[in-house]
Design a protein around this ligand. Structure first.
Ligand SMILES: NC(=O)c1ccc[n+]([C@@H]2O[C@H](COP(=O)([O-])OP(=O)(O)OC[C@H]3O[C@@H](n4cnc5c(N)ncnc54)[C@H](O)[C@@H]3O)[C@@H](O)[C@H]2O)c1
Length: 445
């Protein structure tokens, strides 16, 4: 399945037609392939303010074989990285403009702009807080101005979290973040293992994926397996045949389980303990919609959505936390939320409530996970081309797919790449966060 309009608009006849009609021509995004270099060209690196992460960023780029250019170099960059940590007031932001304006003008298609700043909430003075917060407006606006499949994102790095920077920086520069745009991601101090992000970062790990028989869940199973994990693919018995196909394809195990069944937590924990001795990665992906306006919604619709999308995630996670030794040290839990849980959506009070609940859940659980050296995060997809969205009326579907800075719907693999990255050792500094995979959707921005 793909975004048909993007494919069409980039075909010979389609490209001519959309140009003549003045229609948008969404770019073909740079998506990750194993063996691909971090960037398809050099990067410009500059600072505004103290720039205390400059050496860290420089080392990440050089380790990845990326040539680091000065701002005035002739060569067109594939990325621009601005280290704006340590800005003390708005006047220092002039340096951000001076670096970005000429470098972004020469940015190659599918380029990356990554800005690093300090968390505004931890500023010492109002002027410092203003300058830090200003970076957010700058990045979100620049992301809307970029064309050609390029993205801009902001990393917030408090003092003491230098070791947490490399993983997220590599993610934002790489093809793994193709559909992540205009986002602000805070990191926190963490023990990050050295040499964390090689080709098979999940080698030797066991990963559970719920709702893995199709759609986004099947894509998550494939990407986790590609990255080295053994995947336990979970879905309802009715989806057993498709589930077995996915499990076989990824060399994993199929576990038929309705996650809302009263014995589901016990069965999942038992399976993981007996077959694998524990689990390293848990992806709560299974989800359903039962749309109706609230005034027309019966209790069955409300209850079914809450049971699958939220209560089961709470119950399964609690059981895994409580089962001695099953959730291994350094474990990663990633919950699939939704843009609807952030922006709200007409006809989806039940679904949006469940998906917003997921965000509350991961935030509340983050300290308990941090105490175990583990993390729990949510990924909030925007419009993703799947069987779920294929059932929407054409006009709603097309509006959903176009109303974002990349002018196209995302693919299941885009959500899967973000989740697989959060499961990597290098993402240890990201905890209790919500990462949107929405192409900077205008909804809930
Ligand atoms: N498609 C999108 O645009 C989009 C956007 C935002 C969020 N999401 C979320 O992403 C996730 C996957 O969505 P999708 O589009 O791939 O959906 P999908 O309907 O194609 O797949 C969902 C899978 O979950 C399984 N499932 C449902 N109830 C279950 C239960 N009780 N126990 C075990 N498995 C169960 C289904 O059998 C199915 O295989 C969902 O949580 C969804 O809410 C999707």
């Amino acid at each position: 399945m793909s975004d048909w309009y993007t494919t069409f608009a980039n075909s010979g006849v389609g490209s001519t037609l959309v140009t003549q009609l003045g229609l948008p021509r969404p770019a073909v995004l740079r998506r990750y392939e194993p063996g691909q270099p971090l960037l398809p060209g050099p990067a410009v690196l500059g600072t505004a303010g103290e720039g205390r992460l400059r050496d860290t960023v420089d080392a990440v780029l050089r380790d990845a074989g990326v040539t680091v250019l000065t701002a005035d170099a002739d060569e067109r960059p594939a990325a621009v990285v601005l280290d704006a940590t340590g800005v003390t007031g708005p006047a220092q932001l002039a340096a951000a403009h001076d670096l970005l304006a000429p470098a972004v003008k020469r940015l190659r298609p599918t380029g990356r702009v990554v800005v690093l700043g300090d968390p505004p909430a931890e500023a010492g003075t109002p002027a410092q807080a203003a300058a830090r917060q200003a970076l957010e407006g700058l990045v979100r606006s620049l992301a809307k101005e970029l064309r050609g499949g390029s993205t801009a994102n902001l990393l917030l790095v408090p003092e003491g979290a230098e070791a947490s920077v490399a993983g997220p920086l590599r993610f934002f520069l790489s093809g793994r973040s193709a559909y992540v745009d205009g986002q602000v991601l805070p990191v926190s101090p963490a023990d990050v293992p050295a040499g964390a992000d090689d080709e098979r970062p999940l080698a030797g790990r066991v990963a559970v994926v719920t709702g893995a028989a199709r759609g986004i869940g099947a894509a998550i199973a494939r990407v986790l397996s590609r990255d080295g994990a053994h995947v336990v693919a979970v879905d309802v018995p009715a989806a057993g045949e498709a589930l077995a196909e996915v499990a076989n394809e990824v060399g994993g195990t199929a576990l038929q389980l309705d996650i809302t069944a009263p014995d589901a937590p016990r069965r999942l924990v038992g399976h993981l303990r007996e077959r694998h001795g524990g689990v390293d990665v848990v992806v709560h992906n299974a989800g359903i919609t039962r749309d109706k306006l609230l005034v027309n919604m019966d209790a069955a619709r409300w209850n079914a959505v809450m049971a699958v999308n939220l209560q089961a995630q709470l119950d399964l996670t609690r059981a895994l936390l409580d089962a001695d030794g099953v959730l291994r040290p350094g474990a990663r839990v990633v919950s699939v939320s939704s843009q609807s849980g952030i922006a709200g959506n007409r006809g989806q009070t039940n679904y949006a409530a469940s998906k917003a609940g997921v965000i509350g859940m991961v935030r509340a659980w983050a300290p308990e996970f941090a105490a175990r050296g583990a993390t729990v995060n949510a990924v909030a997809p925007g419009f993703i081309v799947t069987e779920m969205t294929a059932r929407m009326p054409l006009s709603t579907r097309e509006v959903g797919a176009r109303l974002n800075s990349l002018q196209q719907g995302g693919l299941p693999v885009d959500v899967a790449e973000a989740i697989a990255w959060l499961a990597q050792p290098g993402a240890a500094g990201v905890n209790g966060q919500v990462l949107r995979v929405c192409g900077q959707s205008l909804l809930g921005a």
